[in-house]
Design a protein around this ligand. Structure first.
Ligand code: NDP
Length: 595
């Protein structure tokens, strides 16, 4: 039967309207004050140490992939004096904190895990699990000597430019006040856990934690998948059904006496099809230069390029290849913007119908199946891939409590209230995500004071302004490592970081070799880059037509501040080619070097 596209469009609009709320991002709570314990580190005890007051060549804020990759490239470039400052107790960033059961990468390991070729590591599965990725972070740290100078359990409080001495003063919550000629920052897009601002949240008397601080002491089990053996007599509630919940709900459903999954908006859950890596196959592909070829192939397939084959073949490249096929089927004279957008939408309808049909095929209870169906375009929210999540709802312990877009009504001392019904629970788990869309310096937890006392928070009050997503005028010798205003490749964040790390290492090496004390983007180059970015009209990602979520600032138009978080107008592949050319030319066009 032909799909009634108008009816589906109407349904999407109705579901979106149910979820729009005036408070947008303000609906969430930051775990401070009485909620601050939600941020405690359950993984590593904090060790006391003396404050640092020395000088380093490069200080890097953040010990996740960004810091590890940039640190590795700096070391390769002969810069040994690199200090990573990290708020966690070890390297790993998101993989340090997120040790919930079932945590696993969603993009194929061969392109997601950085520096595989350099470290000689073969991912054990197509989609590696969290402990292996965390171990890989430690492997990188060890191989490149990044542990030597690192400061863990340390939060930067301020970065202040000392113009007289051409260096940054780094102050931390450990009383450190050391200096660095260069600072680089890779704070991660999703690192501040947020809690839903549900009335009564502070009154809950049972046990509770955020998924990024999983409490194995309470649940039993471990991050490697050992059963959560202390939950057999527990009633557990989990709030949220995003990518995190999709991965941990199956583990909970197997063991809890009762599991209530409180849902506001269902995720789209496509096939995962994970499998162990065949070492013989890996030996065949892992020839010199393999990971770079794979990265480029993934990006060409996923984000616009001229790939002839799909090496990676994962959920992300499948989404893109379907769209490409539809557009490719149009005759050359039909390839107008309107027709291409219609082809994109048709491909989306097809995919989402498949995903909805999968729910019916898997979930035995028809009412539960109905409520697990996602009614929005796939890229409106983070696509999920799993082969046990929907299946979990067939287990006797699992109960979906759908709030029909309204969210949980109230939390009491003993449970969770939805539509006037209280669900009593012993333990409440917040799979409620991370702060997004707020100011960079708020999320970072510190401000930068650049030349002439100008702060980054003031400078970026109307949104970030950079060259290449890396440099910002007024903040010499400071580099940002993140996807926006560069490739903006959301399907594989590490590829963005890989390239930024390379770029920064080349710049620092050049500055040091030539005896430059300072490097800063020129006013004119930054303006030209911003003008170029603003020719990018954006896409579905972040669209106000989508159901609310962190992709679109919870459905509130944030104006230019959000609009500038775009990527290179010609796409990720074109950006990577451009920046490669920029780096290898040796001209450093747009940068001013000073002695
Ligand atoms: P999300 O922000 O995606 O999900 C938060 C969930 O909490 C949503 O389902 C949200 O509903 C729900 N929620 C918020 N407030 C309420 C409320 N008042 N009542 C009921 N429910 C509520 O967080 P995640 O931690 O799941 O994921 C964050 C991101 O981290 C992902 O999008 C992904 O980018 C990344 N991630 C990546 C993984 C990987 O690559 N393997 C795994 C896990 C996460 P609603 O949708 O209606 O807002």
């Amino acid at each position: 039967m032909a799909l009634d596209k108008d009816a589906v469009r109407r349904k999407y609009a109705e579901e979106r309207a149910k979820r729009l709320r005036p408070d947008g991002n303000d609906q969430y709570l930051r775990p401070t004050g009485r909620l601050a314990h939600y941020l405690d580190d359950p993984h590593t005890p904090r060790a006391e140490r003396e404050p640092k007051t020395d000088h380093v060549t490069v200080a890097f804020v953040g010990g996740g992939f960004a810091g590890l990759l940039t640190g590795a490239r700096l070391k390769e470039a002969g810069i040994h004096d690199v200090r990573i400052v990290e708020k966690g107790g070890d390297f790993g960033g998101t993989w340090y904190w997120n040790r919930y059961p079932g945590a696993q990468c969603d993009t194929a390991s061969f392109v997601y895990m950085p520096l595989l070729e350099e470290t000689g590591h073969m991912p054990s599965e197509k989609y590696a699990h969290g402990p292996e990725i965390l171990e890989h972070c430690q492997r990188i740290g060890k191989q490149y000597g990044l542990y030597d100078n690192a400061l863990f359990h340390t939060e930067v409080q301020s970065l202040e430019w000392d113009d007289g001495r051409s260096r940054w003063i780094v102050r931390t919550d450990r009383g450190d006040a050391f200096t660095a000629q260069f600072v680089a920052m890779g704070i991660g897009p999703l690192h501040v856990p947020k809690l839903p601002g549900i009335p009564g949240i502070e009154t809950f008397g049972g046990h509770s934690f955020h998924t990024s601080r999983w409490d194995y002491a309470y649940t039993g089990g471990d991050p490697s998948g050992a059963p959560l053996d202390r939950l057999g007599d527990k009633r557990v509630g989990i709030i949220g059904t995003g990518a995190t919940a999709v991965q941990c709900v199956p583990h909970l459903a197997r063991v809890c006496e009762k599991l209530y999954v409180f849902q506001r908006t269902p995720s789209s859950v496509d096939v995962r099809d994970n499998r162990p890596t065949d070492p013989e196959w890996f030996a065949l592909i892992a020839t010199p230069g393999w990971q770079r070829r794979w990265l480029e192939n993934f990006t060409a397939n996923q984000a616009g390029g001229a790939a002839t084959e799909d090496l990676v073949m994962d959920g992300w490249t499948d989404i893109a290849s379907r769209v490409r096929e539809r557009i490719g089927a149009l005759a050359p004279e039909e390839r107008t913007l309107v027709r291409m957008l219609a082809a994109f939408e048709d491909s989306d309808f097809e995919k989402m119908e498949e995903i909805r049909a999968r729910v019916d095929a898997v979930v035995e209870d028809p009412e539960t199946a109905r409520r697990l169906k996602a009614w929005y375009r796939q890229l409106c929210k983070r696509p999920c891939f799993h082969d046990e999540y929907l299946q979990a709802y067939n287990l006797p312990a699992a109960h979906l409590v759908d709030t029909d877009g309204k969210g949980v009504e109230r939390i009491t001392e003993t449970g969770v209230v939805v539509a006037g019904v209280e669900y009593e629970v012993d333990c409440l788990i917040y799979a409620s995500g991370f702060e997004v869309g707020t100011d960079y310096t708020r999320r970072a937890g510190y401000d930068l004071t650049g030349r002439d006392g100008v702060t980054l928070s003031a400078d970026w009050a109307e949104g970030m302004r950079t060259l290449h997503g890396i440099h910002t005028r007024g903040f010499p010798n400071a580099f940002f490592v993140q996807p926006f205003q560069g490739a903006n490749l959301i399907s594989n964040i590490p590829h963005n970081l890989t390239e930024a790390g390379r770029t920064i290492a080349v710049i620092v090496k050049h500055a040091l070799a030539q005896g430059y004390r300072e490097v800063e983007v020129s006013e004119q180059a930054q303006r030209a880059w911003m003008d170029l970015l603003l020719t990018n009209r954006g896409g579905l990602l972040g669209s106000q037509e989508c159901t609310p979520g962190y992709y679109n600032n919870e459905g509130q138009d944030a104006g230019l501040r959000a609009w500038v978080n775009v990527g290179y107008p010609e796409g990720a592949m074109a950006y990577f080619a451009y920046i490669d050319g920029w780096r290898s030319s040796g001209d450093f066009d747009g940068l001013e070097f000073r002695r």
